[in-house]
Design a protein around this ligand. Structure first.
Ligand code: C2E
Ligand code: CA
Ligand code: CA
Ligand code: CA
Length: 281
């Protein structure tokens, strides 16, 4: 490396080159993976807090890498978002999730009462044909649109509230459900929230984690649940890992919960086994 004198600047750091190269390699691989449909959806149960009934699943992207095994979204979603690859990836997850739900229904009729939640990224939200994409995915699956819930983060909704509202109204007109994801982490203006045609709020895991601990402060989750009730929104608590957390959520009147305590994300085959178990109950 170049020696640093008084007025010289380090303009290039070799570790930076390798990071750029890594990112480029990952992008090339991700592009190939999407083309070859190596990105699959895993499904995590969402359960009612009051009576422990299975309400549905959230579809979460997993990369089935031929050499590296299963890769989690933390390693590729951000890059997919930056490069625009998220558009095709998201489209694949959306249709796969709806098709899987439809196929579960043919085996287990009770599955037609379940909701499939799918994440929508900021980039997808800006696609001019988003509404058409969603409509087509729903139609191709043969499922009623109410079976689908689209999850959007606060920042996506709030960043351009006026146009977001128009788009959400158009999605709502398809009769899909709409949820605000990671609620509490963004900069939501509560005053705005009721202007959107939303169905539910998902309380971010960072708030849920603190519940049920000794001298823990439940005030934030309590306030979110009360706000949601006032706005007639359902509340889903994310990242529930402990029985004590579930008990607090129950006492606060939270509608639904999702987390390792209730079930980890699982491949479609495992969902089929889970549904078979419910049939025989
Ligand atoms: P998210 O939408 O907030 O999804 C919930 C994340 O929390 C998932 O991580 C899930 O596996 C994890 N989780 C669930 N329960 C627990 C728990 O009890 N404890 C802990 N520690 N974690 C729990 P995952 O699957 O790694 O996904 C991370 C993020 O990647 C998602 O966060 C979402 O923002 C994004 N993502 C995943 N799949 C997609 C996709 O198909 N499209 C888009 N746009 N984003 C996706
Ligand atoms: Ca989500
Ligand atoms: Ca979330
Ligand atoms: Ca999150």
């Amino acid at each position: 490396a170049k020696e640093r004198g008084k007025n010289t600047y380090v303009v290039f750091d070799p570790s930076m080159r390798s990071r750029v190269q890594d990112a480029m390699r990952l992008e090339t691989e991700l592009r190939r993976a999407i083309a070859q449909e190596e990105i699959v959806a895993h499904y995590q149960p969402i359960v009612s807090v009051a009576d422990n009934v299975l309400l549905g699943f959230e579809a979460l992207a997993r990369w089935r890498h031929p050499e590296r095994g299963l890769i989690f979204p933390g390693e590729f979603i951000e890059l997919a978002e930056e490069t625009g690859l998220i558009v095709n990836l998201g489209r694949q997850i959306l249709s796969a999730a709806l098709q899987d739900l439809a196929s579960w229904c043919t085996v287990h009729p009770a599955a037609s009462r379940l909701t499939m939640s799918v994440n929508l990224s900021a980039r997808q939200f800006m696609q001019s044909d988003l509404v058409e994409q969603v409509r087509q995915a729903v139609r191709a699956s043969g499922m009623p649109a109410q079976c689908l819930c689209l999850e959007l983060t606060e920042s996506v909704v709030m960043e351009n509230a006026a146009s977001a509202r128009v788009l959400l109204e158009r999605l709502k007109a398809l009769q899909v459900r709409l949820a605000v994801d990671d609620f509490g982490t963004g900069y939501s203006s509560l005053a705005y929230l009721h202007q959107f045609p939303l169905d539910s709020l998902k309380v971010d895991r960072s708030f849920v984690q603190r519940l049920g601990r000794q001298d823990s402060d439940n005030a934030i989750v309590h306030a979110i649940i009360q706000l949601a009730q006032a706005l007639r929104l359902r509340v889903v608590a994310e990242g529930v890992e402990e029985v004590a957390q579930l008990e607090v959520l129950q006492s606060l009147g939270c509608d639904a919960a999702q987390g390792y305590l209730l079930g980890k994300p699982m491949p479609a085959e495992a969902v089929l086994r889970l549904l078979a178990g419910l049939d025989s109950e």
